[in-house]
Design a binder for this molecule. Structure first.
Ligand code: DHK
Length: 151
C-alpha cells in the first residue's frame, strides 16, 4: 500500500456536465480535465487524489464519512447543494479535523442572490470562488500548505 497522502476531491450535482453546461459561466473544460489538473497539482506535492462526482447528496455524504482515516483533506465543489444542504456541512464538521477547501468555478457573487450564500462555507478552511477550474489546483495547493506541518 502507498504511504503517499491522498486528497478527496468531491463534485456535486451537474458538474458531470462541465464543458457543455453554460460554457460562458463554467468554461469549456471537462470534469475529466479537472480530475487531471487536480491529480497534477497533488502529484507536485507527492499526494494522490480520489476523485468523485455525484448528483446524489447521500453519495457525497457517504464519501465524506468514509474519508476519515483514509484521506488527508477534502476539496469540495458542492454545486447547487452549497445553497441548500445542511447535511453536507454537518458531515464535514463530523469528520473534523480533516481540512476542507470549498471551490466554486464561477464567481457566485456576480450571479443570482440565491447563490451568494453557501452553507458549506462555515465548515471550510478556505473558499475559492471565481477562479475557474484553476480553483481546484489552488485548493489542492492550499491543502498541501495546510498539511505541510502535520505528519
Ligand atoms: C456550481 C454550480 O453547479 C452552481 O449550482 C453553484 C457552482 C456554483 C460553481 O461555480 O462551481 O451555484
Amino acid at each position: 500500500m502507498s504511504d503517499r497522502r491522498s486528497l478527496l476531491v468531491l463534485n456535486g450535482p451537474n458538474l458531470n456536465l462541465l464543458g457543455t453546461r453554460k460554457p460562458e459561466t463554467y468554461g469549456r473544460t471537462t470534469l475529466a480535465d479537472v480530475e487531471a489538473l487536480a491529480r497534477e497539482a497533488a502529484a507536485a506535492h507527492e499526494m494522490d487524489v480520489a476523485f468523485l462526482q455525484s448528483n446524489h447528496e447521500g453519495e457525497l455524504l457517504d464519501a465524506i464519512h468514509a474519508a476519515r482515516g483514509v484521506h488527508a483533506g477534502i476539496v469540495i465543489n458542492p454545486g447547487a447543494y452549497s445553497h441548500t444542504s445542511i447535511a453536507l456541512p454537518d458531515a464535514l464538521e463530523a469528520v473534523q479535523p480533516l481540512p476542507v477547501v470549498e471551490v466554486h468555478i464561477s464567481n457566485v457573487h456576480r450571479r443570482e442572490a440565491f447563490r451568494h450564500h453557501s452553507y458549506v462555507s462555515a465548515q471550510a478552511d478556505a473558499v475559492i470562488i471565481g477562479a475557474g477550474v484553476h480553483g481546484y489546483a489552488l485548493a489542492v495547493e492550499h491543502l498541501a500548505h495546510l498539511l505541510a506541518d502535520v505528519s
